[in-house]
Design a binder for this molecule. Structure first.
Ligand code: COA
Length: 333
């Protein structure tokens, strides 16, 4: 799905992120399940991940990240007109996690809702809010990717528990002033024929949580890793190419590619296929693992704050997740 060009340009005015204090290393995981630091690092690139405290919910992490994004944008919570939280691990099935975030921030003038698009959620939220701002419906938006995946991880399953972590990332979008950067092009897609490759089978109306279902770990993430891997590489490459070309750019014009942080081998394969050198691809999954909707948002904030790109640079964000879903954005910073 692509967008037509619109008169009102939309920029990213600030980014923020938050990860919980507790670090879970590969060595610690090797005590829980039959795995090793060597296996996890060589197959995924992940060295450690963050785990939220028991009383620390998705909305708490989202709120911390949001405060940092607002501060960088030079805005206060009351300025915000729209809050979208992308998550598959909401505090409660209803109301939306975005409502808790609105309350915690005191963003009393904002409309708030969640979207569920797994690891692609942050860029889905970016495209939706960009359109709503450029159509004139809202002046700005706070978009957040936040997950407490540790709550939906099967800690007995070595094929999945080594992959995931907790955290949140946020960005403030607003109308761009003349001379400021802008979101140049966005892309998103879905293939609902492949829902079975990556899902949480229990906890919804199809498979309500019962004592037996919980005992069988049906409320946790399951994945056919090899199949997901193939689709991830192909879809992310295609989506990135689309936004680069739609923005009138070429791979050599891109200062920084920020991909979904799931597996270093997937990231390397995409960089290779896009012909973007590895040093222009931002990676932080070694520290956090895959934090689903939060991953690209945390990476964007870290890349922004560590100077991986500067004002005027072109950057590309690209993501992939359950659904299957995928999305990309080309941005002039
Ligand atoms: N430690 C040690 N051995 C493990 C292991 C672990 N944590 N997890 C799996 N294994 C074993 C398997 O049991 C298998 O053993 P076998 O050959 O005796 O059956 C062997 O390692 C290879 O497993 P396989 O699943 O083929 O490994 P892989 O190279 O495909 O890597 C993933 C597994 C999950 C890391 C990889 O498929 C992947 O990253 N997929 C995409 C995941 C992803 O991006 N998901 C999120 C998208 S949003």
């Amino acid at each position: 799905m692509s967008e037509a060009t619109s008169a009102i340009e939309v920029c990213i005015a600030g980014t923020g992120s938050y990860v919980p204090e507790k670090i879970l290393t590969n060595a610690e995981l090797a005590v829980l399940v039959d795995t090793s630091d060597e296996w996890i690092v060589s197959r995924t690139g992940i060295k450690e991940r963050r785990i939220a405290a028991e009383g620390e919910f998705t909305s708490h992490m989202a709120t911390h990240a949001a405060r940092r994004a607002l501060e960088q944008a030079g805005m206060v919570a009351e300025d915000i007109e729209l809050i979208i939280v992308a998550t598959i691990t909401p505090d409660t099935p209803t109301p939306a996690t975005a409502c808790y975030v609105q309350q915690a921030l005191g963003a009393n003038n904002a409309v708030a809702f969640d979207i569920s698009a797994a690891c692609s959620g942050f860029l889905y939220a970016m495209k939706i809010s960009k359109r709503l701002i450029s159509d004139g419906a809202f002046k700005n938006a706070l978009i957040i990717g936040a997950e407490k995946l540790s709550a939906v991880t099967n800690w007995d399953d070595r094929t999945t528990c080594v992959l995931f972590g907790d955290g949140a990332g946020a960005a403030v979008l607003r109308r761009a002033e003349p001379g400021e950067g802008s979101i140049l092009a966005t892309e998103m897609g879905t293939d609902g024929n492949l829902t079975h490759l990556l899902n949480i089978p229990g906890g919804g109306t199809a498979c309500p949580i019962t004592a037996k279902n919980a005992n069988d770990h049906l409320q946790t993430l399951t994945m056919m890793g090899k199949e997901v891997f193939k689709h991830a590489v192909n879809r992310m490459k295609e989506a990135a190419e689309k936004v680069i070309s739609r923005a009138g750019l070429h791979p050599e014009d891109i200062a920084c590619v920020i991909p979904h942080q799931a597996n270093l081998r997937i990231i390397d394969a995409i960089a290779d296929r896009l012909a973007v050198p590895n040093e222009r691809v931002f990676v932080n999954l070694d520290k956090y693992g895959n934090t689903s909707a939060a991953a690209v948002a945390i990476a964007l904030d870290e890349a922004n704050r560590t100077g991986a790109f500067k004002r005027g640079d072109n950057i590309v964000l690209v993501v992939f997740g359950a659904g299957l879903t995928w999305a990309a954005a080309a941005i002039r910073w």
